[in-house]
Design a protein around this ligand. Structure first.
Ligand code: NDX
Length: 256
């Protein structure tokens, strides 16, 4: 049966960190090509409806850790922290897999990116789940540790911001519409990438609560992946809408 190999965790986390840097260098200058940054209508083939694409892409991030958690035998009952943290991770991806895609009004998604996105979700789902279920050690009172409580709070706050902001974005369109409008309300009052800001806060909260290399590597990856994307969204809005609110920042309220 499976056991913990610390060397494997170290290797996978380092590779995730390296991928984050690769991503940063690729996407600082040019955005990843989906949604509003896709080259215009060059290929109609090679895409999947947003609904199927997001469902398929994110499913492994839910399934892999959920299976690791459910199938470990004998079940790991102690410490509570490991199971709780693994459940938090699965909870986010339950939302992202089973709820978010069914309401999205996004454009069809490029198959090629879907493929890489899915690979990424398998990789990261395995790393986070494997670490928490087979490797993590926490004292029995971890749930009252300041790292756990403050991290959990940030996680919940970030998730709230992320879900609320995705809802505001969705409401900008009627079903079937694919045009872009100026997002209003919630944290969009302050930043163009309110949903991304929420997601980044969420995963840094998770990293603090988990206090582990894999979780910090993933938070860093998220920052390098959607941080630049927020900046490109911001530039897109400024270029497209002459009446775009001047005081609005790209990602971090009042700062950047
Ligand atoms: N999926 C994470 N890298 C990614 C997909 C792409 O969950 O090869 C990372 C994720 C993947 C990426 C994933 C990993 C890295 C990949 C990359 C592709 C290339 C890259 C694989 C897996 C890669 C290397 C080199 C390392 C191998 O039509 P539309 O779609 O634009 O409509 C949008 C709509 N909307 C508006 N509607 C009206 N008016 C406006 N002004 C509008 N603005 C937007 O709202 C959408 O339907 C919706 C949201 O759009 P947008 O662009 O704000 O968000 P989106 O980027 O689609 O993300 C959706 C949610 C969001 O909450 C975000 O936080 C979360 O998913 N997310 C996204 C990406 C990554 C991630 C989280 C994470 O890293 N944690």
């Amino acid at each position: 049966s499976m056991q913990c190999f610390p060397g494997l965790v170290l290797a996978l986390s380092s590779l995730l960190g390296a991928l984050a840097l690769l991503q940063l260098s690729l996407y600082l200058r040019v955005p990843s090509r989906y949604g509003k940054h896709e080259e215009r209508l060059c290929r109609q083939r090679g895409r999947l409806p947003a609904r199927c694409a997001w469902f398929l892409q994110e499913l492994p991030s839910f399934l892999v850790p959920a299976l690791l958690l459910a199938l470990r035998s004998p079940p790991r009952l102690e410490p509570l922290g490991c199971r709780l943290l693994c459940c938090l991770f699965c909870w986010h991806y339950f939302y992202r897999t089973f709820i978010y895609p069914f309401f999205t009004r996004g454009r069809p998604f490029p198959l090629q990116l879907l493929f890489f996105g899915m690979l990424f979700c398998i990789y990261n789902g395995f790393l986070q789940g494997y670490y928490l279920i087979y490797c993590a050690e926490y004292p029995n009172d971890w749930c009252t540790d300041i790292r756990f409580t403050s991290g959990l709070l940030l996680f919940l706050l970030g998730m709230g911001i992320n879900i609320h902001s995705d809802l505001l974005l969705r409401q900008l369109r009627k079903p079937g519409e694919v045009t872009y409008k100026i997002p209003q309300g919630g944290l969009f009052t302050y930043v163009s990438g309110a949903n991304y800001f929420g997601e980044i806060v969420e995963w840094f909260g998770f990293a603090i609560a988990t206090w582990s290399l894999p979780a910090f590597a993933f938070a860093f990856f998220t920052l390098c992946c959607i941080g630049p994307r927020a900046y490109h969204h911001h530039r897109y809005y400024l270029k497209t809408f002459t009446d775009y609110p001047k005081s609005r920042k790209a990602l971090i309220p009042f700062v950047f």
